[in-house]
Design a protein around this ligand. Structure first.
Ligand code: MN
Length: 252
């Protein structure tokens, strides 16, 4: 059993260290992760330059690239063996609702779908005050991976896991959830560079808009681990027929 571990916070982040340690007694763990924080990288691949891979410790590789680059390299030829699963995280910050579209943590797990095995993205819902219980997130990941080995799930599943930032003993349990969604992001934050030219910071994510029953937001608010099954197909199948009719109006 070989598990590929990646993240988007960089190979030195607390979360990935806790995660690889927690999984080490379940499987042979290889870490392939960005050389620095690439949060928000989504599913981007680096196509305009070569990627350098450095083995910083035995079994720990850092890449001057995105989370998707890392997993892509690792499962398409960096090693002369295959991995059995990809686990991404433990991210410093929630990936709830719309966050999954921007998340490098989730992207690393998504890239692992080419393995044809369930993959897992784990995020800790940290706040400035919550303390950063990365060991909690790592233990949750270990529990889920252990269970997936005992009782396999649909191999095409990507599980997006969010964990309340509390001591492990304080968790209420697990909830299967759907993605909620957020209000639009807060406005950009204008600033000046040292030469007085205008620059802009991307503002924080918006507050939750749909945090109702069954959502990931609600599970976290109530102290549960949220587990959302994701799929790649973004097609809105329900309106395909209606759209085709509308297109007929264009002629041809
Ligand atoms: Mn991150």
């Amino acid at each position: 059993m070989k598990i590929l571990v990646s993240n988007d916070d960089g190979y030195q982040a607390r979360g990935i260290r806790a995660l690889s340690k927690a999984l080490a007694d379940l499987a042979e763990v290889t870490v392939v992760a960005p050389d620095r924080n690439r949060s928000g990288a989504s599913n981007s691949l680096t196509l305009d330059m070569p990627l350098r891979v450095i083995e910083v410790d035995p079994g720990v590789y850092c890449v001057q690239g995105t989370p998707t680059d890392c997993v892509h390299l690792a499962i398409t030829g960096l090693f002369d063996y295959d991995h059995d699963m990809v686990v991404s995280g433990v991210n410093d910050g929630a990936n709830l609702g719309d966050d999954v579209l921007y998340s490098g943590t989730v992207a690393a797990a998504i890239e692992g779908r080419f393995l044809g095995l369930p993959t897992l993205a784990v995020s800790l819902c940290t706040t400035p005050e919550s303390g950063g219980h990365f060991e909690t997130g790592a233990r949750v990941a270990r529990q889920l991976v252990g269970e997936m080995l005992e009782r396999p799930l649909d191999p095409s599943l990507i599980l997006n896991v969010n964990v309340p930032d509390v001591p492990f003993e304080a968790l209420k349990g697990f909830r299967g959830t759907r993605l909620g969604y957020r209000h639009r992001s807060e406005a950009i934050i204008p600033a000046r560079d040292p030469r007085g030219r205008p620059v802009y910071w991307v503002g924080p994510a918006g507050p939750q808009q749909d945090a109702g029953p069954g959502t990931d937001f609600q599970a976290i608010a109530q102290g549960y681990v949220s587990v959302t099954p994701l799929q790649i197909d973004l097609t809105r199948h329900a309106v395909l027929g209606e759209l085709s009719g509308w297109l007929e109006g264009l002629g041809g």
